[in-house]
Design a protein around this ligand. Sequence first.
Ligand code: ZN
Length: 294
Amino acid sequence: MLKFKNNIGLSAALLIFCLLYYSPYIVYTLPSLANEHVYIENISEPFLSDNLYEGEEMRIPNRKNTHNEHREPLINYKSIPVLMYHSINPKSVNNLIISPEEFNMQMKWLKDNNYNPISLEELYNALFREETVKANPIVLTFDDGYEDNYIYAYPILKGYGYKAVVFLITDAVNKDTVLKDYQITEMYNNNIDFQSHTSNHIELNTENYSNQLKGIKKSQDYIDKLLNKKTEYLCYPVGKYNKDTLKICSELGIKMAFTTNPGFSSAANGRYTMKRIRISPSKDLNNFINSIKK
Ligand SMILES: [Zn+2]
């Protein structure tokens, strides 16, 4: 049997724990804050003021409190926008090239409007396994694997802490104007995923079964070896495919394959015929905003 003294000690400890756990705020006193790593993801701008002085108290919402209204909600989504980019380059000479300034404006708008770029794995789990994701999910994809993705898009994506995916034409890797192995590895280590766009950008609907299989499998093997992972997603060159392509996707254990058909991605698309939203150069940010709203 526990002694009376221990019971008081235990009750006091429990009471203090409960008070702290359910408290809506944690109070930090500077300068202790300066020496502590504080998780700031959900803290709004006023908390990050430069005007704090030593000894000042600062109230930070307690993330442990499950009833906290600041806690980020996880939501079920039936459809999610998947954006399709190609080149990000100041030499914007055709419809597939977006200038870095315009790209940055779009990424900033996503940040300002609380969008959360997610990975293809998260997209798959959200649409086909009904898992919850952060609010306002969006997927950023880049076709072909241009070196300007590393030079111009990657620093911007990294700056915002965004996830993205590049669909690589693997036979072209290391060639002029195309991503190099070391760039792919560095980007992969910083939230940028790489998936297949075939080895040679063949229009799959014009090829027989065996050529299609070769083109897809070769690119998967290249990426698997370079990044020590399993390549499970595919993007059809020019959006073209036929019945053989769908059979190969299933045989290779591909989880989702993407077309260039316009629209939001959803399970209703069919997992080997996923839709995307093409982003074309435009002087008006409203065109971008309208394209990602239903
Ligand atoms: Zn392509």
